[in-house]
Each structure stands twice: as C-alpha cells, then as structure tokens.
Design a protein around this ligand. Structure first.
Ligand code: ADP
Ligand code: MG
Length: 498
C-alpha cells in the first residue's frame, strides 16, 4: 500500500481532508482553518465583500448537530451559528476526500467529533412530535417547520409528527403511545400540551414506566412557555431546539392533584387568586401573548380582590434562611430531603404511585398546619422556578428536590404596596419581600370559601372551583433538560429571562 496521501491525514486531533484545510478537535470546540471559507464568511457591505476575511472559524461542540462521511467521497459537518442572542442559523461544511483510505480516516475522526459533540446526550433520539396549531399567537406550525424540524433532521433524529386538532388529543395520543418506539415526546406548543402528555401517560396501566421511559421535551410556541424556560433556559424556539438535541434526560418531580373523584398530574404549578385569574380569566387577550398576564394583575389590584379560603399544609421547611441553605446544599449535591428516599420507591405495580396522604375526600392529616385566610390575595404552589420570562416566582424551587414551593400573599394591603409586590417579581426581589410567605412543602389541601365561582389553575389549565389536594412525587417523570440541573440563579431560565 502506498500509504496515506499527503493531503489527507489525521494525527492526534487534527484532520486534513484536503489541501489548505485543517479540522482540529480542541477541548470544547472544533477549529476549522480553510482559505476558501474566507470568501464565504466575509462581511458584505451593500453586497460588496468588505475587510480582511477570516480563514479560521471555531464551532463549540454544543453547536454541532452531526458529522458523517460518504464513502469514498466526502465529509460533511452540520452545525448551528448564533445569528443574534436569540436566533440560530444552520450551516454545513463539506469537503471532498480523495480516496477510500481518506474516507476511513475521516470516518474515525468524524466519530470522535460526534462523541465530543454529544457527550452524555443520546444521539438520534426517536421523537414523537406534537404540534398545536392553536397555541399562543398561532405560529407553532411555522416554528416547527422552519426552525426546529430542519435542525432535528440535521441531527439525524427520527421524527413522527402529529398536528393536534382538538383539546385533549395530546392526552389520547400518549395514553396509547407505543412507548418502546420513542425516546421522547416533543411538544411544540405552550405548557398546556405538556400537561396533556403527562396526563395521557398517567392514564395508562404502565403509567410509571411510560413517564420514566419516554422523556418529555418542550419547544416553546404558546403564550405560556414556563417549561422551556426551566428545562432549556430559553423561551426562543431555535435555542430550545438545540437544547433538546443536546440535552440530557433528567428526573423531575411531579405532583398529584385530587379533586372530587379525579386525579391529575401537574408538573409546573397550581394557583388560586390573583395569579390564577390573570392566567385563566384573560383568554380574550390571547393576542397580547405573555403581556396579557400583566393587564389582568393591574385590574385586580385596583379592585383589591381577595379570595377567602382554608389551607392545610404539610410543611417541610418554613424559614427563608433555611430554604436558601437547603437550595445551596442540593445544588452542591450534598443533600436531598429525607422524604425523597422514603417515597420514591415501589407501590402499586406499574401504575401511578399510591397517594401517601390520601385524597381530597379523606380527613386532613392531624399533623398538617391549618390556616383560615379571609383576605388571601394569591396562593401559588410551584415545582419549577420560572413561570414566565420575567417571572421567577419560586427562586428556591428545584424540580428534583422532592418538595414543592408555595408562596402566598395577603390581598388586603395598600394598593401601592401591592403594585410594588408584583413588580418585585420582575426585579428578582419577590422572595425577599416581607409580604410574601415562602415555604417548602410536600402536600396541601386548598378549600375555597364564600365564593360562587372562581379560577383554579393547574399548569395554566382551569379546573372546577372546588376543594383540591396536592402531593409531590419525587422523580416520577423524565424530561430533556439542557444541563441536567435546575438552577434558577444559574444559566437555566436566567440567560433569556433576565
Ligand atoms: P397556550 O400557551 O397558547 O395556551 P397550550 O399548549 O397551553 O398553549 O395549549 C392551549 C390548549 O390548546 C390546550 O388545552 C390544548 O389542549 C389545546 N389544543 C391543542 N390542539 C388544539 C387545536 N387544534 N385546537 C384547539 N385547541 C387545541
Ligand atoms: Mg421541588
């Protein structure tokens, strides 16, 4: 054999596909040196190439979607480039190879590039994609077709897509899904469709297996996209598509809500009072997108709306300083709360976990704290930190600490103070506001009093205005998250949200 032709060599991390081109694997990026690239990436002013052109580009591994070779002719690298802080474009590099030996070298190098680019993330996930054409301002289909699907295809995912045609279809599809045929369900919608997916799994005889085996992923296209903020650290479709491709499977706590004879799963939040009314009572303002929440809040504050209720809570941590300490301990991997282990295990075969505290129809356990609140302004219980791009309602929430965070405030306070309280949410000062009570809990019951009707929001969906009870199930679901961690003060949610 004549040996490797001089222009096609791979030694250490450098691959030389052809004359004048080198591809180098560095610690966290691919470095491409290519004279021909100079022309392609040269800045143009009024269509005229301008300035000295670069012949080197660096591509972080996170941005690389795929790399492969065709025997015997070429190597192709698909990747994404940030066009702005919030949008990505897709690019492709292709180099011809001069013989079959070169293709073999290229294949080995390309495999290394892929393993560096994917790390712990599973490659070529098989995705069931649900697109809600009705979500938010109605852009879900174009978001999917123009921004997300091309990226998924470049990442060589297997895609099976369905456009939902009615409410509840997401639940029906997931109730009957062949869970061995997919690695994840991707919702291209708001939080409502994600809620439907989890509740579809919940209806199955093998609920627990389905929730663990098929990961939930979110591409934001609704008016409420909290799940994306928490999982992907963004509410923009492009960055989220990349976060889903490169994300890792992550255990996430879910909550059971019982009301009447029903049992629902909730992944995000339950709310009653001012926040619930603004979330649900302003559907006619859908065209406003996320802004509709703000209009509603101002209106209710002006009218000093209060929501009398009885609340019973099984509290785990009640002091803000202790909550902060708990948050830091969990972040450092030093501790999980005791009842995570206690409750994570078996029970009830493959179905949903047995309810540790019974249902809303049972007696309230004797050791719960009981409150009668005549002037409740808002009751908000959450599992994740971010509820909207500027709303880190639960800054100490960790979706995998086996605890729910609950915040309440009195509605009978001076209007200016109330307005300050609400603006503190956006300013990141909500947690420290002395008007806000913040606890970490494992279960509670909420009973409305003296009101004909009203709004109760579960993950942004309305349920009847009747008593309900909630308990948390540690690690019941699997979701795709960008980093495998929940960190409201760190990159997740924060990048886009601040
Ligand atoms: P948004 O944040 O815009 O409200 P969601 O994902 O929460 O978006 O979806 C809103 C609701 O739309 C969900 O309750 C879902 O069941 C429902 N839905 C899904 N597909 C359709 C459809 N084709 N027509 C009407 N409603 C739909
Ligand atoms: Mg939690």
């Amino acid at each position: 054999m004549a040996g490797t032709p001089p222009t096609t060599r791979a030694f250490r991390n450098v691959f030389l596909p052809t004359e004048g081109v080198s591809l180098t694997l560095e610690e966290d990026r691919l470095v491409v040196k290519d004279k021909a690239l100079a022309k392609r990436f040269r800045v143009k002013v009024c269509g005229i190439p301008f300035g000295s052109a670069l012949s080197t580009i660096t591509i972080p591994y996170y941005n690389i979607l795929w790399s492969d070779t065709t025997v015997p002719t070429s190597i192709t690298i698909h990747y994404t480039v940030w066009k702005s802080k919030t949008t990505l474009s897709r690019e492709t590099l292709t180099y011809s190879l001069n013989d079959e030996r070169a293709s073999q070298v290229a294949q080995a190098w390309s495999d290394r590039l892929l393993s560096l680019s994917y790390g712990k993330a599973q490659r070529q996930r098989r995705a069931k994609v649900l697109i809600n054409p009705h979500a938010g301002p109605g852009h879900a289909v174009s978001i999917w077709e123009n921004e997300v699907r091309p990226m998924f295809l470049h990442a060589r995912m297997t895609i099976d897509e369905t456009r939902t045609t009615r409410q509840g279809e997401g639940t029906d599809i997931c109730e009957n899904l062949d869970i061995d045929a997919y690695d994840m369900v991707v919702v291209v919608s708001g939080d409502g469709l994600a809620h439907e997916v989890l509740n579809g799994f919940a209806k199955r005889p093998d609920a627990r297996r389905a929730l663990k085996q098929v990961a939930l992923a979110h591409i934001p296209a609704g008016s409420g996209n909290a799940l994306s903020l928490n999982l992907n650290g963004s509410h923009r479709p492009g960055p989220c598509a990349l976060a889903v491709i490169k994300g890792v499977t992550t255990d996430v706590d879910l909550m059971s809500v019982t009301q009447g004879d029903r049992r629902l799963l909730s992944f995000l939040s339950q709310s009653v009072g001012i926040i619930a009314e603004c979330d649900l009572g302003t559907e006619n303002l859908r065209w406003l997108g996320a802004k509709r929440f703000d209009v509603g809040v101002a209106y209710r504050i002006f009218n000093k709306r209060v929501y009398p209720c009885d609340v019973a809570v099984r509290t785990e941590i009640r002091d803000k300083a202790e909550i902060t300490a708990h948050y830091r301990r969990v972040q450092r991997g030093e501790s999980k709360v005791a009842n995570v282990e206690e409750s994570a295990g078996g029970e009830a075969g493959d179905g949903l976990p047995v309810l540790r505290f019974g249902t809303v129809n049972d007696e309230v356990p004797a050791d719960w704290d009981k409150f009668s609140l005549d002037t409740m302004g808002s009751f908000y219980c959450g599992n994740m930190a971010w509820m909207a791009p500027n709303a880190n309602f639960f800054p100490a929430a960790l979706a995998n600490d086996g605890l729910m965070d609950v915040v309440t405030n009195n509605g009978d306070i001076p209007r200016m103070e109330y307005i300050n309280l609400m603006t503190d949410i956006e300013k990141g000062r909500f947690y420290d506001n002395t008007r806000v009570t913040y606890r970490k809990i494992v279960a509670y019951r909420f009973t409305p009093r003296n009101q004909e009707d009203g709004y109760i929001s579960i993950d942004g969906e309305r349920i009847p205005f009747e008593p309900f009870q909630v308990e948390v199930h540690p690690g019941l679901a699997t979701m795709i998250s960008k980093s495998g961690k929940f960190d409201a003060f760190g990159p997740t949610g924060w990048e886009e949200a601040k």
